[in-house]
Design a protein around this ligand. Structure first.
Ligand SMILES: Nc1ncnc2c1ncn2[C@@H]1O[C@H](COP(=O)(O)OP(=O)(O)OP(=O)(O)O)[C@@H](O)[C@H]1O
Ligand SMILES: O=P(O)(O)OC[C@H]1O[C@H](OP(=O)(O)OP(=O)(O)O)[C@H](O)[C@@H]1O
Ligand SMILES: [Mg+2]
Length: 286
């Protein structure tokens, strides 16, 4: 199958918050992944894909330079890097906000950032935010643990990734102003470039995302209640309706959002549907 096409080269985070979720998604999509954390690359011969394990911050750069075809990274890291790469798919994990924060009770506002020392690991994002407002500040570029920088006297405010807010709270800091951006794990490709094999790769990832979010629901319903039941379970495109051996009854099969499944089952039951079954999806191609 596709034996003559070149191997698709895919960058995967080797550590950090996106690494496990990216590898898990790839495994669910049927790809071979590394079995121990020291492996730098894996060749999946059967699927004609090579996986390279890299720092998440570097991934958009490799893809933008054309060394690798596509990669898993964070939206914040892509924009911070300024690499010639484009987001092609949001992946539904690694959700964070990028925000300014200052010591509790400081009362500082965004308008007062001119001339301040701002510590961050994302200088590209912060500089773009300042430029857009015609402001200037001294950026203190740190590798990580940015929340410590104010206490240690190298900065007045920070701009950093916030997920639960626990790290900020422990450091005695509070966010101020609007979020600079919302981030999540994304798939990136080189600007304007559609490498061979990309379509199937993206379809597999989309299949995993749908299989995670939807369940398959089957139920039996009397003809008189069929329309009301179908309105509750419109499916992804259209539900399958088949006649039952029992006169005047139908069997229905439809995809339902997993988060709504129990509510939908309650409502179907109330309108007279019976034998309501829910099945997890292992994979799909829609
Ligand atoms: N606590 C978190 N929860 C979820 N996603 C996060 C969290 N921290 C960072 N991220 C996201 O993960 C991506 C990579 O950040 P991460 O902190 O994993 O990289 P890093 O700082 O280079 O690695 P490390 O922290 O291991 O040195 C970014 O897009 C970021 O928004
Ligand atoms: O809001 P929270 O749930 O506390 O998560 C946010 C923290 O997680 C990340 O740190 P990480 O562990 O990646 O360390 P780093 O700062 O050294 O990158 C990020 O840089 C914040 O510090
Ligand atoms: Mg980090």
């Amino acid at each position: 199958m596709n034996a003559d096409r070149p191997f698709l080269k895919v960058a995967v985070p080797n550590k950090g918050s996106l690494a496990d979720a990216s590898m898990q998604m790839l495994r669910e999509a049927g790809y071979k992944q590394r079995s121990e954390s020291k492996e730098l690359m894996v060749v999946d011969e059967a699927n004609r894909v090579e996986f390279y394990y890299l720092r998440p911050r570097d991934i958009a750069i490799y893809v933008g330079e054309g060394t690798l075809d596509i990669g898993f990274t964070g939206r914040d890291m892509l924009l911070d890097s300024g690499a010639a790469a484009t987001e092609i798919k949001a992946l539904g994990f690694g959700g964070t906000r990028f925000r300014f924060a200052a010591p509790n009770g400081s009362g500082i506002t965004e308008e007062q950032l001119d001339g301040q020392r701002i510590a961050t690991s994302y200088p590209g994002l912060v500089q773009a935010w300042l430029d857009a407002r015609g402001m200037s500040a001294r950026l203190i570029n740190l590798d990580g643990a940015v929340e410590n920088s104010i206490r240690l006297g190298v900065a007045d405010v920070i701009a950093d990734v916030v997920e639960t807010g626990t790290t900020l709270k422990r450091a005695g800091l509070s966010v101020f102003g609007d979020p600079i951006m919302q981030s999540e794990g994304i798939l990136v490709q080189r600007n304007g470039d559609v490498p061979d094999g990309l379509e199937h790769f993206v379809q597999r990832i989309e299949g995993v995302m749908v299989a995670r979010t939807y369940v398959l629901m089957d139920y039996d319903v009397a003809a008189a209640d069929l329309d009301a039941a179908l309105a509750l379970t419109p499916g992804f495109e259209s539900p399958t309706v088949s006649e039952l051996a029992r006169e005047g009854w139908y069997a229905v099969r439809a995809m339902v959002k997993a988060s709504d499944a129990h509510l939908v089952m309650d409502e179907l039951w109330d309108l007279g549907a019976r034998a309501i079954l829910v099945t997890d999806l292992a994979a799909c191609r829609l």
